[in-house]
Design a protein. Structure first.
Length: 405
């Protein structure tokens, strides 16, 4: 894989602080106390919508990450990130690694190209160290899915037109190695958690879904596989205004062949999921108040022998955050839904909402303390197969201490 080889080169470039150029290394580490919901979490093969659930200890190590950036020439930048997190077994994975070429420009126009492994630019929340949020511990349903299943292994070209009050950006990318994207949405639906997948990660499906497809649980799969040798693409347009803020429109299509499959050594088959979606997001600042809103709508399709299924998914959120000195409170409302056509007897369709309140305090430059309350109300008939009522309310309360450098 050319893209993965480029990602490896970017990682190697970033770990040479003795070389010429501007090198920086930043990171974070989280420890937390958790009051978890009673329902078993999706991280343990359950259908709970929160990261933690029944059987999870009160004290948890959340995650740790390192991000290295090396500006080894005015036009050239190498960037890489790794993350360690306990998740159905502790993992260390490469979450990003790319090189970027951006010529120095003295005109309003500027262009760049990057190649390697990088996040699809969907998120408006997660712009802090290691793809984390400055507002909450738990990202929105949209960004929870992006962190788990979406990554581009390929190249992106970006064109910018900078003005005194308004700027415009347009980007187009070609990528591979994301053919299973959409599988987890169909298998368990939306969830909210700060777990981020990287190279070599294995996502766990609900145990009731594993039984449905005839595989003994736990069933896991790599979200970053190339199954059909077809190239996916995304494109985005962004308008930035000094007065009004930012608006971004993005379209994604992994162009996976829904009838192609990968066979594992134990005989289980993972099919390609043709996943397409449109995302629209906006952000504006009004003094200390920051408002972020985003909506996503798309489909994911699979066509194994003898049947086909198309899952329509949608989600959106509104977040309000305040910058008050060392304090940063935030409130977010999420809504999400999914409809399977034709509807499966397993009851995979769902709808729900979530409310998140977080209070952040940064008493020191290297320390951020956060209290977060998350309430998720969802209805999914798949729970009946697990002996649960279709409608469940998951309430998760966390106190998190994050060291940053």
């Amino acid at each position: 894989m050319i893209a993965r080889f480029t990602a490896l080169l970017a990682l190697l470039a970033c770990v040479r602080p003795g070389a010429a150029g501007d090198f920086s290394l930043h990171g974070f580490a989280d420890v937390r106390l958790v009051a978890a919901p009673d329902e078993t979490s999706w991280t343990r093969g359950g259908l709970g919508k929160a990261r933690y659930g029944a059987g999870d200890a009160a004290a948890q190590f959340g995650a740790a990450g390192l991000v290295a950036t090396w500006q080894f020439a005015p036009e050239w930048l190498a960037h890489a990130g790794v993350r360690y997190q306990p998740r159905d077994g502790a993992t260390v994975s490469l979450t990003e690694a790319f090189v970027r070429y951006r010529p120095v420009s003295t005109s309003p126009w500027r262009w760049s190209i990057k190649a390697g492994e990088f996040f699809v630019p969907v998120s408006l929340e997660n712009d802090a160290i290691g793809w984390t949020s400055v507002w909450t511990i738990t990202p929105s349903a949209i960004d929870s899915w992006v962190g788990e299943e979406l990554r581009a292994f390929g190249s992106e070209v970006r064109l910018e037109r900078r003005g005194e009050t308004n700027s415009f950006e347009a980007a187009f990318a070609l990528f591979e190695t994301n053919d299973p994207a959409g599988e987890i949405l169909a298998a368990r639906g939306w969830s909210l958690g700060d777990v981020v997948s990287g190279v070599g990660s294995r996502l766990r499906e609900p145990d009731v879904y594993a039984n449905l497809v005839g595989v003994a649980p736990p069933r896991r799969y790599d979200p970053f596989l190339e199954i059909d040798n077809r190239i996916g693409a995304y494109a985005d347009l962004t308008w930035r205004s000094a007065q009004f803020g930012r608006v971004t429109l993005l379209y994604y299509d992994n162009d996976a062949d829904p009838s192609a499959y990968h066979t594992f050594n134990h005989g289980d088959q993972l099919f390609g999921w043709r996943t397409k979606f449109t995302s629209l997001g906006a952000q504006t600042d009004r003094g200390p108040l920051v408002l972020i809103a985003q909506a996503m709508h798309g489909t994911t399709e699979i066509e194994p022998p003898f049947f086909s299924s198309e899952t329509h998914f949608s989600a959106g959120y509104v977040l309000a955050g305040w910058n008050i000195g060392n304090w940063r409170p935030a409130l977010r409302y999420d809504a999400f839904a999914m409809r399977v056509d034709p509807e499966s007897p397993a009851g995979l369709s769902e709808h729900g909402n979530a409310v998140t309140f977080a209070l952040n305090w940064r008493p020191l430059d290297w320390l951020r303390l956060t209290g977060e309350a998350l309430r998720i109300d969802s209805t999914r008939d798949q729970r009946i197969a697990a002996g649960l009522a279709p409608r469940q309310t998951d309430t998760q309360i966390m106190f998190n201490a994050r060291i940053v450098f």
